[in-house]
Design a protein around this ligand. Structure first.
Ligand SMILES: [Zn+2]
Length: 181
């Protein structure tokens, strides 16, 4: 019966490809141009990759004049996919005993934008005055993943936020086909 040979140490492990590096505009870091398997560590970031389709969100994004059609690293592509369209709880602030968040305070990550800072900026939209409105702008490295939530049902979440979330979820299969096939 064939057995895997035990690796007798790290002496036969070579360092990753000694390739040049480039500055990814999403993570804002210097990343290798190639992955260890030789694949390019870059993918073009288009508007549909970083912005939900709701008109108020697109309108607000246009006013910020972000960049599209530029390359980001593959790790960032995955990060953006995980962030965009996710429901989030409010920023709790710096007080030790923040006001407890309620479902009605739930907001949505409406866009992840390049060109506004040295790294991506996460824009968070909430329902105000009967419209999805840009609230926070958070640099990617400062966003707390613990804010992301995954509710099973709407509860008291505002209709506009919930519908934007549902629309994004419904569009995911085609989005994945577009990117993976
Ligand atoms: Zn990156």
């Amino acid at each position: 019966m064939a057995q895997h040979q035990a690796n007798d140490g790290a002496s036969n492990i070579l360092a990753g490809p000694g390739v040049s590096r480039w500055d990814c505009p999403c993570c804002g870091e210097s990343v290798p141009r190639l992955l260890p398997n030789g694949a390019r560590n870059a993918v073009v970031f288009e508007l549909a990759d970083g912005v939900l389709s709701e008109a108020p969100i697109k309108h607000a994004v246009r006013e910020l004049a972000p960049r599209f059609g530029v390359e980001i690293c593959l790790g960032c592509r995955d990060t953006v996919w995980q962030l965009l369209g996710t429901l989030v709880t409010p920023e709790t602030g710096e007080t030790n005993q923040p006001e407890p968040a309620t479902e009605a305070d739930t907001a949505i990550i409406g866009a992840v934008l390049l060109g506004l800072d040295h790294e991506a900026v996460i824009t968070i939209f909430s329902a105000q005055g009967g419209m999805l409105t840009l609230g926070e702008r958070v640099p990617l490295s400062e966003f707390a993943p613990s804010r992301m939530i995954y509710p099973e049902y709407q509860g008291d979440i505002d209709n506009l936020v919930w519908w934007a979330y549902q629309a994004h979820v419904a569009g995911l299969p085609s989005l994945l086909e577009t990117h993976l096939l």
